[in-house]
Design a protein around this ligand. Sequence first.
Ligand SMILES: Nc1ncnc2c1ncn2[C@@H]1O[C@H](COP(=O)(O)OP(=O)(O)OP(=O)(O)O)[C@@H](O)[C@H]1O
Ligand SMILES: [Mg+2]
Length: 252
Amino acid sequence: MANKPLLHLDNVTLATRTNPSLVSGVSFQVEAGESIGLIGESGSGKSLTLRSIIGLLPSGIEQAGGKIELNGRCAMIFQDPIRALDPLYPVVKQLAEVVHFRQQVSRKASRTIALELLELLGLPDSLKGKDRYPHQLSGGQCQRIVIAMALACKPDLLLCDEPTTALDVTVQRQILDLIIRLQKELGYATVFVTHNLAVASSLCSRLYVMKEGKIVEHGDTLPLLQNPQHSYTRMLINSVLPLPELERSAES
Ligand SMILES: Nc1ncnc2c1ncn2[C@@H]1O[C@H](COP(=O)(O)OP(=O)(O)OP(=O)(O)O)[C@@H](O)[C@H]1O
Ligand SMILES: [Mg+2]
């Protein structure tokens, strides 16, 4: 009981009526507080794998085999922050609603907690005094609200599905720094889906490479990037500018 991992996927297969192995034989473990990365080509099954963990598979897709064991609370940050918010409700109200339902506190207390979360996420006071709607916020501010909503669930595991690709590069960096800083403060583990190897290598201790619904290669981040076995991993590495640290340690 004591040594159970936070998350254990054992031979998970996801299927539709016409495709019995959309995702097949996926296995990995995540320990409390650690970060692992899922990388792989478009359509390889990364998002579906994350959705299966949190129980949000699209209709028509089901888990056809294997086991998912989650020993803690889980929340997910989606790729497109604007679409993750309801355009018809002020953002603070949406955040307070999540707090109300997930933390089982009164509406008044949930508003106070929502405002504290905005503070934690570095959102400006102007968002607190007067309620704003999603379209009145920048993309980076929307993603901070979405992250605040995920954190309102007090997750032990935060699933991040390319949480910064919809944002411009300087904001990407701020959001990633925020996820890392809060991880140190709050101690959640992450499964991080990204195409960005610099992000993967700075955030994740282990990487899993997916292709056509299967994990084709996995290992500790630096050895895997220094000595990739699979052609897709090599292609991914060759398509980015050289990473100086990797080159130096490869020479030594
Ligand atoms: N709702 C759905 N119904 C049927 N097939 C789907 C559905 N959603 C995804 N798929 C299929 O499942 C496969 C995996 O999709 P998934 O979204 O997990 O890919 P991904 O690795 O996240 O790709 P990307 O990097 O482009 O986000 C794809 O072939 C996709 O077409
Ligand atoms: Mg995806």
